[in-house]
Design a protein around this ligand. Sequence first.
Ligand SMILES: Nc1ncnc2c1ncn2[C@@H]1O[C@H](COP(=O)(O)OP(=O)(O)OP(=O)(O)O)[C@@H](O)[C@H]1O
Ligand SMILES: O=P(O)(O)OC[C@H]1O[C@H](OP(=O)(O)OP(=O)(O)O)[C@H](O)[C@@H]1O
Length: 208
Amino acid sequence: MSETLTIALPKGRIFEEGIALLQQAGLPLHLPEKSRALQWRMGHVTLLELRNQDVPVYVDLGIADAGIVGKDVLAESGRAVYEPLDLGFSRCRLSLIREVGATGPIGRLASKYPNLSRRWLQERGLSAEVVKLSGNIELAALTGLADAVVDLVQTGSTLRANHLEEVEVLMHSSARLVVNRTALKLKRDQLRPLIGRLRELTGTTSAP
Ligand SMILES: Nc1ncnc2c1ncn2[C@@H]1O[C@H](COP(=O)(O)OP(=O)(O)OP(=O)(O)O)[C@@H](O)[C@H]1O
Ligand SMILES: O=P(O)(O)OC[C@H]1O[C@H](OP(=O)(O)OP(=O)(O)O)[C@H](O)[C@@H]1O
């Protein structure tokens, strides 16, 4: 009988694809029935359903042995968890966005990613107030709450529908496997083969 493995997955667009991939990699997972439950025991695996931002925290503190999270969220968290694989889905980019044609100085910038936004400003020697928002970030640029926003772009349809433009790409993102460093040693017999199978399935060698 294998030792329990605790896996953290974020609710939202990564959840279903994450379960499907881990299932293909041999974990006894399935999509849970709709309910208010927040964790499930499936065979030897305990599955935790978290907010995106909380996945690096649960993995870093060792409550979860491993998890899946976007590179954007991982970079914003600053948590030094082991990140062995780029899983290749949920691809998007984190970009500076402004109203089409806006050229004035950026006095205030809004984002769900305040740390990455501040780092970008600092690298360019710009000083702007950074306001943290929680969703529909593009509205901040449209309503004048901010002179620019830092948010995700995938197809660009949200930008086109709102007369906004992508001024600069801060980083590219995709879903990453993250692993607790102590669990990697203590549960090596389970985690190493899992990483190996996921590597074969996703065809990646390392996570840049
Ligand atoms: N339009 C998109 N296309 C592809 N990938 C995306 C897109 N938007 C976000 N992502 C990626 O998927 C991850 C999860 O996005 P999701 O939309 O589920 O989060 P959310 O509901 O906005 O998060 P939360 O409300 O928990 O902050 C993001 O961190 C990013 O890596
Ligand atoms: O370039 P696009 O293909 O339009 O994708 C970009 C949009 O996708 C995400 O929003 P999401 O749909 O997850 O809604 P949210 O703002 O509630 O997170 C992101 O925040 C952008 O608004």
